[in-house]
Write a protein of this length. Structure first.
Length: 452
């Protein structure tokens, strides 16, 4: 049986190696087009505008503001709920899936640095025309023959102008931005959990206080009824006491509804069905933060995920200018072909059936009617817009933080004043009842104190 061997010429191997080395050297040259990205440095205030801030901040590490800020409340139930959000929230799961999509897009961009090699082959029945003069095919003209062919085709774009690398930079920037978007979503969801949890505990405390008021007003009604039966007061006082009691009782269902709504919101945020968090129905005191984590303005810019996301999107858009600029220059490609072609299946694997070619090629846009220039201008305008969005994000972040700090400090002062008012009101209620019994004040004074 005749043996056939496939022979790949040594010259082809030598040429291929040389072309690959030249291609790598060209791609490694500093021939990148487009602007080199530089992270913006916005002007930042050295301190917060609220002068009382320093006295209301703690010594927490700056990263604690976003990583474990809820621990300042020192509430085990809240800590567990926040952990459940990270593991079970469906919106966060969707954001995680989007990360995989952006990671895959980066892989698509990076694949452009590698050669594309495809296998191809086929079998066909062919007949050459007898009316076409072709000395090469004269022997088979008019005679149907089988054609067997198989081989590999290679195409490798040489990234001389770093167009592919700029595409990678853009894809990487979008990937990084999506990471920060997910982190920002997680912070927002955790904040919603803390807000709903505090609303739940607040509604529970208000319900308990309302029940205590009901008990107190029942006792007041009994007192007024006894005085009316003894002829010491008029019937109007009895009806006013009943009206006051009924009004307080009417507020109880709304407070129960607030508890249910807050509990259902927590269930949704933690990926549960309504009713699966009923263990939280047992009343607890409202969690209070002793102090906020300390953070300077510059640290805020480094830690807020929305600012980081805007910065990475700016980097991605800047890279797209280079992608568009690269079209002004010739695109170099290393093309190769190695195949076996034969009309005789018995000779298919012989060296005589080989067909191969390898060499560089280029395409260079000569006239595009201003298309490439317009694309560059479009990307430049989009980059200016991305920079403006970044700067607006920074300004918005400082505004939100200043507002939050002012609200925190001012609400703390309000809370102190309200605590003093509650203590005084309790004493006033007791005193007004004593004076009413002795007949020194009318019943309206008692009602006014109880309503407060």
């Amino acid at each position: 049986m005749k043996q056939h061997t496939v022979f790949f010429p040594q010259k082809i191997l030598s040429i291929l190696c040389r072309l690959i080395v030249i291609s790598v050297l060209l791609a490694g040259c500093n021939t990148a087009v487009g602007p080199e990205y530089q992270s913006p440095s916005p002007q930042l205030p050295e301190t917060w505008q609220i002068t009382e801030t320093a006295d209301n901040l703690s010594s927490f590490e700056p990263t604690a503001l976003f990583d474990e800020w809820w621990r300042v409340f020192d509430d085990p139930d809240l800590t567990r709920l926040v952990a459940d959000v990270k593991e079970q929230n469906r919106d966060l799961a969707a954001a995680t899936a989007r990360l995989d999509s952006y990671a895959a897009a980066y892989g698509v961009a990076r694949s452009g640095l590698m050669p594309m090699i495809n296998a191809q082959g086929g079998i066909s029945r062919e007949r050459e025309s007898e009316r076409v003069r072709n000395p090469a095919n004269q022997s088979i003209a008019g005679n149907p023959t089988w054609m067997y062919q198989a081989g590999f085709v290679m195409s490798w774009e040489i990234d001389v102008w770093h167009k592919i690398r700029r595409s990678m930079e853009a894809a990487r920037g979008e990937w990084d931005a999506s990471i920060q978007d997910r982190r920002n979503l997680m912070v927002l969801l955790q904040a919603q959990v803390a807000s709903e949890y505090i609303m739940l505990r607040t509604a529970q405390q208000r319900y308990e206080f309302a029940q205590k008021n009901v008990t107190l007003q029942k006792e007041t009604l009994e007192l007024v009824q006894d005085r009316f039966d003894a002829g010491l007061t008029g019937e109007l006082d009895v009806h006013q006491a009943k009206m006051n009691l009924a009004s307080t009782r009417a507020r109880l269902p709304a407070l129960k509804t607030q508890q249910t709504e807050a509990l259902n919101a927590l269930s949704l945020l933690t990926g549960r069905l309504p009713g699966e968090l009923n263990q939280l129905l047992a009343p607890k005191w409202i969690p209070m933060a002793s102090a906020l984590p300390e953070m300077l303005p510059a640290e805020l810019v480094r830690n807020r995920p929305d600012i980081r996301a805007a910065e990475r999107l700016l980097a991605a858009q800047t890279a797209r200018i280079g992608v568009a600029n690269a079209d002004f220059y010739p695109a170099l490609t290393l093309d190769g072909l190695f195949s076996l072609v034969s009309t005789d299946s018995g000779e298919f694997f012989s060296s005589a059936a080989q067909k191969h070619s390898i060499g560089p090629s280029f395409t260079w846009p000569v006239f595009t009617g201003g298309l490439i220039k317009s694309r560059v201008q479009m990307e430049q305008a989009a980059t200016k817009a991305a920079l403006a969005r970044y700067e607006q994000t920074v300004l918005t972040a400082f505004r939100e933080c200043e507002d939050a700090l002012a609200a925190y400090i001012n609400e703390g002062e309000t809370l102190t004043a309200l605590n003093q008012a509650v203590a005084s009101t309790q004493k006033s209620v007791e005193l007004s009842q004593s004076l009413y019994i002795t007949g020194l004040v009318n019943f309206q004074n008692v009602l006014d104190m109880q309503r407060q």
